[in-house]
Design a protein around this ligand. Sequence first.
Ligand code: NAD
Length: 380
Amino acid sequence: MFIGVPAESTAGETRVAVTPETVKKLKALGHEVGVQSGAGVAASVTDEAYVAAGASITDAAGAFGAGLVLKVRAPSEAELALVKPGATLVGMLNPFDAEGLQRLASAGLTSYALEAAPRTTRAQSMDVLSSQANIAGYKAVMIAADQYQRFFPMLMTAAGTVKAARVVVLGVGVAGLQAIATAKRLGAVIEASDVRPSVKEQVESLGAKFIEVPYETDEEKEAAQGVGGYARPMPPSWLARQQVEVAKRVAQADVVISTALIPGRAAPVLVTEDMVKSMKPGSVVVDLAAGKGPLGPHGAPGGNCPLTEADRVVVRHGVTLVGETNLPARVAADASSLYARNVLDFLKLVLNKEGALHVDLNDDIVAACLMSHEGTVRRK
Ligand code: NAD
């Protein structure tokens, strides 16, 4: 099978879908890999490194013209015109983008969106949401530490004592847990909130404090269990109580890292404008939900904080708000390495022993990731 790996064209995207390590493994399985010239440069992988691993270097038409195309992000319309009907596409294709999926179906592609893989043990090695969210959580803290004009750790020096930074993490999924772990390594004092009570133990095991918000009705208890490991929207009664508890912590915080998301819905507002006003000058909010929240006062979607602006750093009421929407792309080399391994593991499900593509709908991971096949959108 000839496998094509185009360069990513989405603005700010630095990742690449294969690395020399995964090229070698694909070659060992009997495949040929054609990488578009320069595809790995932003992730610190040269064309020469790909050639040394056994790939050939090609142009966009060569990479998109393969029977199996590996991408990070969904192709543009112009790129889709280069893909052959009947080809297979694997990438992070955004399962909630109905129009985009229709375009893939209309182009005659069999396409798989890796974000749609179930959160099961067998799917863990191909779970791109986890591999990339882990990186986002780490980088969010690095950026916060860079923007913050004080130390994270408590320091006792001859010139006096410096207090540890107080960090509040909102949303403790994969990104939030890594943010807690990273801030802890830097010496911060951390408190965290999530709708799911099951994360309390994880928060405490990382040395942070869980912000308790009691569940008072059966409806609240049931919603808090989530579905398939994901959060569900919580009843307004619980959210109002959560807001009171979170507001107290945010007013004291030096840094807020917010990561609260509900798949397929607008991100919840957890840091209101009044809360931002209550923060100390020089505090920092890194909002991983930037661009995914309800419409903000700036006329575009905010994040967990409505004042956040996607892909911008703004100062509002003396607080620095960071709205980067693609933090994994800021750790391009490792983000690509982990993503490429996720892709390789997924390919083992769609390539049979003879190296030919097949669509096995009896496989729950394949069935969940399949977005288009034989001209129609197949999203479950
Ligand atoms: P996510 O990115 O969808 O959401 C981030 C976090 O925000 C979640 O913890 C969610 O509960 C929280 N959140 C949503 N609304 C909130 C609110 N109003 N206030 C506070 N927090 C709110 O989550 P994710 O990182 O994809 O992880 C989701 C779950 O799936 C986690 O429990 C994770 O451990 C689990 N998971 C399981 C597997 C597996 O079993 N293989 C793999 C990966 C993740």
